[in-house]
Design a protein around this ligand. Sequence first.
Ligand SMILES: [Fe+2]
Ligand SMILES: [Fe+2]
Length: 203
Amino acid sequence: MNDALQEIHDFLPCRTPQTWIDSALANQDLLLIDHAHCEKKAASTALSLMYRYVDNTELLNKMSRLAREELRHFEQVLAIMKKRGVTYAHLSPARYAAGLREAVRTEDPGRLVDVLIVGAIIEARSCERFAALAPSLDEKLAEFYNSLLKSEARHYQNYLTLAEQANGGPVDERVVQFLAIEQKLIESPDSEFRFHSGPVLAG
Ligand SMILES: [Fe+2]
Ligand SMILES: [Fe+2]
């Protein structure tokens, strides 16, 4: 295992449950559709930070690059879906990101610190899931997911560094609080399968 993935595993509070991996392998069309939504959402989150924090040059540069990269991922997922005859469709959003954002403080600079920590956690979890899925996927999708997990590991690092800068120091205590929420969202039964859902026991 490479160092970046090891760091992600050390950071996250738990591994993805096997029941989620089984659902993902059994619902690969849905996995791809939700994955496309996630890439688009990642770009839009980066853009909304650019609108709100116009005086933070490092944030602006990093988020601008991130948004472009996520949109490129979006295009790559769309291309794979097209090849496989999977039709893009609206999906109800997962509880995951909303569950994490519930704990975000409302006033800056706390708000920015928390949004960046949530960004780091989502990127880290995406990285962990790409790595967990890749060995069981067909060659093309495995290759794609292996390439993405490297990007997500880098995005995780960028978000965490920006969070520390926004906080003017370490963010460990706040990270621990968000990771406790994350673990519940990852391990407790979920009603619908999504890229970031908990295990879906009925299906
Ligand atoms: Fe991405
Ligand atoms: Fe990302």
